[in-house]
Design a binder for this molecule. Structure first.
Ligand code: NAD
Length: 486
């Protein structure tokens, strides 16, 4: 059994709430352990520890010492790679190949990349003419914002949490993290890493629990939190933004998507199929950047659908530790119910089920898990709920189109604006179409290729602000101008 404790002021604690809940392995349905729930007293203690740490050794540490410490955090995650891998697989059931190539290495890299970014970004200066002709010098310095609340989701638990904790600490802030209630283990493990490398107490704190009336709400409503960075559903983002309005605290919102793939007849079919299969089914479709709507130019529509069907049917669901497995379960029974309800709705709305639909038959060992079949639909009108609402499962709907303008219009006909993937070998078209899709990230002939130096975020209801590279500094630090009369 692996229980998840809070990590407050450098110490693991079950807290005083006396409340806890069970954590399940979604691959098997078995109980992994319990998660201790933080209520107001635990959140107060974590925020107080984070506030105090700003005034302690952390606040006085040189930038070089601070960023060296973050490199040590990354190295220690890599030293304990297998522990992180096991914990992530237990919590999510995701295939070992995926977690070992993406979740854990990127989880470690987030500390190095942002430590290096912070060291290398200049600030501006201006000479100002004054009436007495002596002039004034303006220069800007970056200061940490203070105590940052980090609210993270379950789909890429370590990766998406460190994506925020890395730059927050690199900028000299302290953090209180509330990981998803579904995936508490790797965030807890990071507490051990922090102690091992000598991170001062209170710099990194973890409180576990749910959102409403629990750790998430107590943390985001806490008046001594200076800013809130959130990844999760758009509706949750709205609630947190309302909480942040009190005290005018800044938010960074990375929210939902209903991303479109656009496949032109002049694409390289091999690449388009490989990328579209990954974008629809990787991580069991539980990727914010994933593609749930694919628009395909009519001359290649039938071939594309047939090859997607073949690809989906060749995915191997099962034991996460089997190297052959390339699709895991959904995260929970609750999420499985949601995805299954959309599968039923698609049929009610009149979809043709090309493949999948419904639960997957699994061997006895995994029968209690949250397994659904990779699913492809065609034939729905654009106003169908299945085409408009984020499902966040291994599903996609494929629609034919006739002209480039039509493809752009269809891709943009959504409340969301996170990502798109465009497949064409025509260079001019690639640039032309990428420029017209209202999203934070547009891929051409690829998907999920991420350079951590680039801006990341969503437009429309997919988010507020950009993180990544130097862009996160706008959120994680306060730019102060100093004006010196000469
Ligand atoms: P979620 O919104 O249900 O939960 C996210 C986090 O918010 C969890 O830690 C949860 O406990 C917490 N939370 C819930 N209600 C809260 C409240 N009232 N106050 C404070 N905290 C609260 O999202 P999820 O189901 O964990 O994740 C899936 C969603 O995340 C999808 O919509 C997906 O698109 C989105 N996502 C977006 C990105 C991105 O970068 N844009 C990345 C990954 C996931």
């Amino acid at each position: 059994m692996t229980d998840a404790l809070h990590f407050i002021n450098g110490e693991f604690t079950s807290g005083k709430s006396g409340q806890n809940f069970d954590n399940f392995n979604p691959a098997t349905g078995e109980k992994i352990g319990v998660v201790h729930e933080a209520l107001k007293p635990e959140v107060d203690a974590a925020v107080a520890a984070a506030r105090a740490a700003l005034k302690g050794p952390w606040g006085k540490m040189s930038m070089v010492a601070r960023t060296d410490l973050l490199h040590a955090v990354a190295d220690e995650i890599n030293n304990r790679f297998d522990d992180f891998l096991e914990a992530e697989i237990l919590d999510t059931g995701k295939p070992r190949g995926l977690a070992s190539h993406i979740d854990i290495p990127r989880g470690a890299a987030n500390f190095k990349v942002f430590a290096d970014t912070v060291k290398n970004v200049p600030t501006e200066s201006f000479m100002l003419d004054t009436p007495d002709a002596t002039g004034a010098l303006n220069y800007a310095v970056r200061k940490p914002k203070g105590v940052i609340a980090v609210i993270s989701p379950w789909n890429l638990p370590l990766l998406l949490m460190t994506w925020k904790v890395g730059p927050a600490l690199a900028c000299g802030n302290t953090v209180v993290v509330k990981p998803s209630e579904e995936t508490p283990l790797t965030t807890t493990l990071l507490g051990e890493v922090m102690n091992k490398v000598g991170m001062p107490a209170g710099v990194f704190n973890v409180v576990h629990g749910f959102g409403p009336d629990s750790a998430g709400a107590f943390l985001t409503e806490h008046p001594d939190v200076d800013a809130i960075t959130f990844t999760g559903e758009t509706r949750t983002g709205e609630i947190i933004t309302r909480a942040a309005a009190k005290g005018l605290r800044q938010v960074s919102m990375e929210c939902g998507g209903k991303n479109a793939g656009i496949v032109f007849a002049d694409c390289d079919m091999e690449k388009a199929i490989e990328g579209s299969l990954r974008s629809a089914f990787a991580n069991c479709g539980q990727v914010c950047l994933g593609t749930e709507r694919i628009y395909v130019e009519r001359p290649i529509f039938d071939e594309f659908v047939a090859r997607m069907k073949e690809g989906a049917e060749s995915l191997k669901l099962g034991n996460p530790n089997d190297p052959e497995t390339n699709m895991g379960p959904l995260i929970s029974k609750e999420h499985e119910e949601k995805v299954l309800s959309y599968m039923a709705l698609a049929e009610e709305e009149g979809a043709t089920v090309v493949t999948g639909g419904g639960k997957a038959e699994m061997p006895a060992e995994f029968a209690g898990g949250c397994w659904v079949r990779p699913t492809i639909w065609t034939g729905l009108p654009e106003n169908a709920r299945v085409i408009r609402e984020e499902i966040f499962g291994p599903v996609c709907h494929i629609t034919p189109f006739d002209t480039e303008d039509e493809a752009v219009r269809l891709a943009n006909d959504t409340d969301y604006g996170l990502a798109t993937a465009i497949w064409t070998e025509n260079l001019s078209r690639a640039h032309r179409v990428a420029a017209q899709i209202d999203v934070g990230i547009a891929w051409v002939n690829s998907w999920f290729l991420r350079d951590l130096r680039t801006a990341f975020g969503g437009s429309k209801q997919s988010g507020i602000g950009r993180e990544g590279g130097v862009h996160g500094l706008e959120f994680y630090s306060e730019l102060k101008n100093i004006c010196v009369k000469l």
